[in-house]
Design a protein around this ligand. Structure first.
Ligand SMILES: Cc1ncc(COP(=O)(O)O)c(C=O)c1O
Length: 454
């Protein structure tokens, strides 16, 4: 129950029915535990915490005097640099006029959702904020479930069925969100799937919002292929500096408008929204971002180093789940894994754990492990958790500096984990203990290996 005080009355638009996300609830609980001096292994945090590259940090300092408002779309130099970056890194032919810069891709996704279409199609599972953003806008949603058996890729027949059902029910799905590499599963869409999806979107005249914020964090043989390669007239591509570089708090997001006339109109619409809400992305940050998008070999190398460190840490957590026999689809990018504990749902029920939300709190309270429940990610299956590798053993700036120095000194993955990730190894042991207990309770043979050194 929300206590009410006049004259504060809450509006129907947006806030009514908007639930506090478990992300926040878990983070609050973690903070309480830390304040009480308790240990917590924080696997719920999804931000890159490595050090800022000195050239980028210096650029911010050098531009501190840039204090005027800029164009809502971003400064011309940065839009040009971003267009060139897309050509260089993703082989996309992007004119600078098609680039929109905003305070994080989150704000740009929101303004695109505001500007476009009526009903929004969202895959399950998918990033926490898509659903709430659509809710705030008061638009209907069509959810499309995906399955671990098919790598959490969208299945066109399921998509077709859901769109059909919605239309039968007076719905009007027009905008479709895709995200690869994907948060929360770490999975990457295969190029042939991307092409098939583009054909589907074109045939059904759907607008695609392609969230490619993790495009430079791949670590499998599957290449990143943007759906805009196949459907440039109907795709908006989102990116930014929050994931490939450790700059989440700087709030630099990008959106590439579709080709042709429609793209120009959408850019204008997003500019109108931006200029009436946030005005512009902070000017010093935009000027500093120029170096991040410049193609400077040192920065490119640093993006690569960050990618490798995320990959080693994420793969370690994946292998841990694998060895413990916890079903988990192999990640191919980003810094997440998405294991399922459904196999032990009876044993969990006997502990009073009836869904993924209970499971996340159970792990936190009993094992000091913070994770996020799949239901926060619009999950189609219960008992999944999103586990992030991005925070552990880099909790402080000193840790982050030391970890980077250690990797530069010796990039061997086994030694990097064994010698520089004490907490990562401890949390693997905690999971081993948890799973051993569940197996024991289930009467399964206990075959949990020693995980201390991998
Ligand atoms: C899939 C996805 N999209 C978008 C974002 C937003 O990133 P930003 O607003 O920092 O660009 C995130 C951040 O966690 C994300 O995981």
């Amino acid at each position: 129950m929300v206590e009410r005080f006049k004259p504060i009355r809450f509006s129907r638009a947006g806030i009514r029915g908007l639930k506090a996300s478990a992300t926040i609830a878990i983070n609050d609980r973690v903070r309480e535990m830390w304040d009480a001096g308790r240990n917590v292994y924080h696997l719920a945090f999804g931000e890159s915490r490595f050090p800022i590259h000195p050239k980028i940090a210096a650029a911010l300092g050098a531009n501190a005097q840039r204090r005027s408002y800029t164009s809502a779309l971003g400064i011309a130099e940065l839009r040009r640099a971003i267009a060139e970056h897309y050509g260089r890194r993703f082989d996309l032919d992007v004119a600078p006029e098609r680039v929109v810069v905003g305070p994080g891709s989150k704000s740009l996704i929101f303004s695109a959702l505001m500007a476009l279409g009526e009903e929004i199609i969202i895959p399950q599972p998918s990033w926490v904020s898509y659903g709430p953003q659509v809710h705030i806008l008061g638009k209907p949603v069509t959810f499309v479930p995906t399955r671990p058996e098919t790598n959490y890729e969208l299945e066109l027949d399921v998509l077709e069925e859901r769109i059909h059902d919605s239309r039968q029910n007076w719905g009007n799905p027009e905008v479709f969100i895709v995200n690869s590499p994907k948060n929360p599963t770490g999975t990457v869409m295969r190029p042939e799937k991307v092409e098939a999806l583009a054909g589907f979107a074109r045939d059904h005249e759907l607008m695609v919002l392609s969230d490619e914020i993790y495009a430079l964090t791949l670590f499998s043989t599957i290449p990143h292929v943007s759906i805009s390669q196949f459907y440039p007239e109907g795709t908006v591509v989102f990116g930014g500096l929050s994931k490939s570089l450790p700059l989440g708090g700087w709030r630099v997001g990008t959106a590439i408008m579709p080709r042709e006339k429609g793209g120009k109109a959408l850019g204008q619409a997003m500019s109108n929204i931006a200029s009436n809400i946030w005005t512009c992305t902070p000017a010093p940050v935009q000027y500093a971002a120029l170096i991040a998008y410049s193609g400077d070999p040192e920065i490119e190398e640093y993006i690569e180093i960050c990618r490798q460190m995320h990959a080693i840490r994420t793969k370690f957590l994946y292998r841990t789940m694998n060895r413990l026999g916890v079903p988990c689809v192999e990640p191919a990018g980003a810094f997440y894994i998405y294991p399922s504990f459904e196999r032990w749902k009876e044993q969990l029920a006997a502990r009073g754990v009836h869904n993924d939300n209970d499971l996340a709190f159970h792990l936190l309270d009993r094992y000091e492990i913070a994770t996020l429940p799949g239901s926060d990610f619009h999950a189609a299956q219960d008992f999944c958790l999103r586990i992030s590798s991005s925070y552990i053993d880099v909790a402080t700036d000193e840790h982050a500096d030391r970890l980077l120095a250690a990797f530069m000194d010796d990039p061997n993955p086994e030694r990097f984990i064994r010698d520089h990730h004490p907490r990562m190894q401890q949390v693997a042991e905690r999971f081993a203990q948890f799973v051993a207990e569940l197996k024991h309770e289930a009467g399964e043979p206990d075959t949990v290996p020693n995980l201390a050194v991998v």
